[in-house]
Design a protein around this ligand. Sequence first.
Ligand code: ZN
Length: 242
Amino acid sequence: MRVAVLSDVHANLRALETVLAEVDREQPDALWCLGDIVGYGPKPTECRELVEARADVCLAGNHDLGALGVIDTGDFVADAEASARWTAGELTEADRQFLGSLPVQTELEQASLYHGSPRDPVWEYVLTADTALAALDAAPVSPVLVGHSHVALAILLHRGELTGGLAPIGTEIDLDAGSWLLNPGSVGQPRDGDPRAAWLLIDFEAARAVFRRVPYDIAATQREIIEAGLPEGLAARLETGT
Ligand code: ZN
């Protein structure tokens, strides 16, 4: 079974369409999405439609729940809060129904999936050795797949020792080497210094996974962000991937 793993689309339709075109060329057996379909970006409904049509497994993230009004966005930073309010006003009934139906975690036979982490699938960022270790400890199945931080990561636990870290484009791992925590990175708002849209291709039979990046029309999404009246900082950060 080959699976494309996407996360943190954030209503960036240009990035999502570009990633899906690359996914289509690989013809995986399934597509999994780790949440945050909406929030920050200018095309929430279009992205929800595509994800709903394409994903075999899909989680909700904190931004999906924030836009639905299910969780308090008082803790969001200013730009995120403003975009959550804007997104809430844009969501259609079909958007609300789909996003409202999604779990925040799911444990499959092949992998454990969380938006944030097993301890706190909505809010916790796995970016340190401690949080990675706790996640690997708590999840029933490796690989542990998380999103939320928008940073592509491959962290390996083997005989009590933690190695790995940032997973730049082309990083390829051996799933049999131990227990893995993998973050595919973000489709629509990368924050690891590489502005290209991120995704992950896992081949369970071959026990391999490859971190992918694909350039997309950042300027077009930036124009759409400004036209929508969303905070300009959300457009600027796409260019630097921060
Ligand atoms: Zn996110």
